[in-house]
Structures are given as C-alpha cells and as structure tokens.
Design a protein around this ligand. Structure first.
Ligand SMILES: NCCCC[C@H](NC(=O)[C@@H](N)CCCCN)C(=O)O
Length: 526
C-alpha cells in the first residue's frame, strides 16, 4: 500500500468524518428502535399474545437487569482492554442475537405456551439490553475519537438524534409494519440491528485506517501514543463522593425514570384515556415515501433539507446577513409547505396513539441541539435542569389528573421540551464536573444507576396499572372498558419533584465547588 506522507489523517477530512458519523449512528438508531418500539404494540400484545400490563412491564423492565448489576461497567472494562472495534462487534452482536430470540419467542418457536413465549422473549430482551447500553458508550467513544477538535458537540447531538429517530419511527410505524401481528414488527426491528451491524463493520475499516495513520504520524514525530485511562474502582469512589457528581447522577436516575418508561406506555394511555386509535383507517394516513402520490413533493423537501444542512455547515463568518435571512426563509417555507401538503395525514396522525406519542422523541431531535447551543453560549445549565424538572411535573399532572385532550397535547409538548432541555444541559455538565480521562467511568456509573430507575418504572407502571384496574380487568380485555391511567402516571410526578430538589442541590453544590455549570462553555468561575 502507498504510504501517506501528507501528515493528514482521514479524520481531517470533513466528508469522511460525516460518513463515519452515519456509519456509527446506525447502531444507535436500531438499538433505540428495538428498546422503544414495543410501546406501539402494547394493545396487540394483550389481544394477540394474551399478555397482561404487568407482563408487558416485566418484559420491558427485564431489559435493564444485567445493566443494574454491572454489565455496563464490565462492557467499559472490555472496551478499555479490547478497544472499540471488538467491543462494538461483541455488544452489537449480543443485542442482535437477543433481538432474534425475542422475535423467535414471540412466534412460538420455543413453545406456544404463553409463559414459554413470555420467558423466552424476556431472555432475548435481557441479552439485547446487555448490548444496548455498551453500544451507546461505544458510539459516544467513536464520535469523540473522530470529532475531538472539530464539531464534537454537534456530532454528539446528531448521534443521539439518530437514537431518538429510531425511538420515534419504532413507536410510530411498528403497528403498520406488523400489519396486525406482533412477530413481523419484532423481526423487522431485529433485522435493523443486523443491518446496522454491517454498517459498523464498514466503520471498522475506517477505524483501522485511522489508527494506522495516527501510529505512522506519531512514529514520524517521535511521539508517544496517547494512552486512554482504564476503568478503576478508585475513580468510582472519588466520583461518588463528589457531591456535584452525586446530585447529577441521581438526577439522571429520577429524570429519565419519569421519561423513558412513560414513553413505553404513552400510546396506550392516549388510546385508553383520550380515545385515540392504535390503527389508522384502512388505506389512509400512511406516509409511504416511495410509491406515494406525494413522492415528488417529498423529494423537493429532502433536496431543500440537504441544502439547508449544507448551508448550516458553512462557517458562520463566511455567511452574509442576507444569506442568513434567505436560509431562514427557505427553512420556514419548507416547513410550511411540508405541513400544508400533509395536513390530512397529520390530522389523522394526531388522533393516533403511537404516532402522536412518537412526536415526543421526534421533537427532541430539533430542540436538543437548540438548547445545547444555548447552554454552550449562555450557560445556565443547572437552572435549565430545574426548569426541565418543573415541565416534567406539569406534563405528568396534565396527562393524569385532568381529562382534557388539549391539556393532554400540552402535557406531551411540555414533556418533549423537558426531554430536550435536561439532556442538553446534563451531559455537557458532566464533562465540566468530571476530568476528561474519567468521563468513561462517569458515564458507565450514571448509566448503571439510571438502569435501576428505568427497570423499576418500566415494570412498575404496568404492575400498578393492573392493580389500579383490578376490578375491571375482564371488561377491559373484552374491549368493554378502558384502562384508568391516573395512578400510574401520577406516580411519575414524584420523579419530577425529586428531580427539582436534586437540581436545586446541584446548583447550590456548584456554587460551592465552582464547576461553572451556570457559565457558558469554556468560561471558568473566578
Ligand atoms: N453522551 C451521552 C449521551 C447519552 C444520551 C442518553 N442515553 C442514555 O441515557 C442511555 N443510557 C439510554 C439508552 C436507552 C435508549 N432508550 C439519552 O438521552 O438517550
């Protein structure tokens, strides 16, 4: 092979960096899809497989069990020892195999008895869950490897954005993909993980090339290779005895426990509480890209969107005021035209449980980078976490206590804003509190604690739902009555209240420890 003597590596090329981002983000997209797509299938799981709400909750809750007991830390150690290529393949492969077992279990491959189906599906979800979180850490590491010194914050936001897109599409489309059956929807989701694993294999070729180039450069300049810090238990002790870290880690538990588990039940809540549908009317409302009459329009929007993206990548100094104004006008016109031409479809979607609930993760794709930019420029991260926690309380009260559909929509919007605000403020704040070499340990610790909250509420909402509706379960299964979601959702208000308390403690601790959480990025407190 010809030796590159230019001194440049593949990560110095903008185009190659973005290709890498897409290749790596595939796994985020498919694993988030598989984590969350069951929410659109809850009704079908009850009618087709005979699962109760508690069994549905047990199935999704068990996804977190291995992570609660240290799987993410084990994954982190493997990542340190074997590197991100092998760790990605191993844990992505584990997620894929787990997903296939879930699909086979649901098809009755291991036995058609309900308990055999449920238990094999749970086994598959445990394997999938063990892969999911480590895959998230591997993807973050790969993004840092290629984008450090370049567009790191934007790349991270887009990487999580791919995950959110997976969640949104999984929720919105699984009922249509399954065409009234659970197994085809699960098989589709499992296939996605397999396909994105192939994307990761292609990424590995890029990664090997970059490592060779960096090694060559270092040898040429007589430089030592940059050592990454391994996971150490002493680091863990240092972290959890730091009050700012402790508060933000606990906030990660309570805030995410109020959001991710709710999302799993949101479509079913909209169907049962507000009379939304699970299915769209026959032949209507499906927005199919290829073959639809809207194909021409769609391609125009896609073209304009790519133009907008390309324009936004031109360095700010080179844009003129008129150019900026023109870009904003184009963006506004594209949105207006897209919404206007899809108004009939949209009005059907806004009465459909899975599709309306999918707007929560979809909205965060737009809002998280906006709030992230605000935090970078103006700071106020701790205050924004207080605001996000307040919005979480408002969302859960308006979706549980009241029976008003407008308040319901407002609750969903407020949940979407909270779900954009808190992550946008939380993850950069961790980087201010924790030294860069300990960030891996910090994320692994936070994700492990977070999985305790998730596991408890994934299962707890379903169990409390069955308990609160004990008298009417027969009638609900016969389709004569609807679930009452008041108590299970009211329970989540507690997560919001504890989150507010923790964010105030965090703000106070930051004043004492001077990490500068309220200051813009790069500014240090005096
Ligand atoms: N750089 C860290 C980004 C974390 C994003 C965060 N992910 C998690 O909290 C994961 N532990 C959860 C994965 C479960 C996906 N349903 C997020 O906000 O998604």
């Amino acid at each position: 092979m010809k030796k590159d003597t230019s001194g440049k590596t593949w990560k110095d090329s903008v185009a190659l960096r973005w290709v890498v981002l897409i290749l790596v983000s595939g796994l985020m997209f498919s694993t988030y899809w598989f984590q969350d797509f069951f929410s659109g299938l809850k009704g079908l799981m009850e009618s087709e497989l005979g699962f109760t709400s508690e069994e549905f909750g047990r199935l999704i809750g068990f996804t977190t069990i291995a992570n609660m007991f240290g799987m993410i830390i084990v994954g982190g150690i493997i990542l340190d020892k074997w590197g991100l290529r092998l760790a990605g393949l191993l844990f992505g492969g584990l997620a894929a195999v787990g997903a296939v077992i879930v699909a086979l279990g649901s098809a009755g491959f291991f036995g058609e008895d309900k308990s055999v189906m449920l238990n094999t599906m749970i086994l598959g979800r445990i394997m999938f869950g063990s892969g999911l979180e480590v895959v998230c850490v591997v993807c973050t590491r790969a993004v840092v490897k290629w984008f450090k010194g370049y567009e790191l914050a934007l790349a991270m936001a887009i990487n999580v954005g791919f995950g959110r897109l997976g969640t949104a599409l999984g929720m919105a489309l699984s009922v249509d993909i399954g065409k009234g059956f659970v197994t085809p929807a699960i098989s589709f989701a499992a296939t996605l993980i397999g396909l994105t694993l192939i994307m990761f294999l292609i990424y590995i070729v890029f990664d090997i090339k970059l490592d060779r180039q960096v090694k060559g450069q270092n040898a040429g300049n007589n430089l030592e290779e940059e050592e990454e810090e391994d996971f150490r238990f002493s680091d863990l002790i240092k972290l959890i005895t730091n009050s700012s870290f402790l508060y933000i880690a606990l906030l990660c538990v309570t805030f995410y426990a109020g959001v991710f588990p709710f999302i799993q039940y949101a479509p079913d809540l909209l169907v049962n509480k507000f009379g939304f549908s699970y299915n769209l009317p026959e032949g209507q409302g499906n927005f199919i890209l290829f073959g639809s009459t809207n194909f021409g329009n769609t391609m125009v929007y896609v073209g304009l969107f790519i133009f907008g993206l390309a324009f936004s990548m031109i360095p700010s100094k080179r844009k003129t005021a008129a150019g900026k104004m023109l870009a904003y006008l184009v963006i506004f016109a594209v949105f207006y035209a897209a919404i206007y031409s899809m108004r009939d479809t949209l009005s059907l979607w806004l009465q459909n449980g899975p599709k309306t609930a999918s707007l929560i993760p979809l909205g965060t794709i737009l809002f998280t980078p906006i709030f992230g930019n605000y935090v970078d420029k103006k700071g106020k991260a701790a205050s924004l976490m207080i605001l996000g926690s307040f919005l979480l309380i408002f969302a859960h009260i308006s979706l549980s206590v009241f029976n008003n559909v407008i308040l319901g929509y407002l609750g969903l919007v407020s949940l979407g804003v909270a779900f954009s605000l808190v992550p946008a403020a939380m993850w950069p704040s961790v980087a201010k509190i924790v030294a860069e070499k300990r960030l891996g340990t910090a994320y692994a610790t936070m994700f492990t604690l977070q999985n305790w909250g998730l596991g408890l509420f994934f299962w707890g909402i379903g169990a409390v739902l069955d308990l609160a509706n004990k008298q009417n379960l027969e009638a609900i299964r016969a389709g004569e009555m609807m679930y009452d979601y008041t108590i299970p959702v009211l329970m989540l208000v507690v997560c919001g209240v504890v989150s507010i308390f923790l964010s105030f403690l965090l703000k106070k601790a930051d004043r004492r420890q001077k990490y500068g959480l309220e200051l813009p990025s790069g500014q240090k407190p005096e």
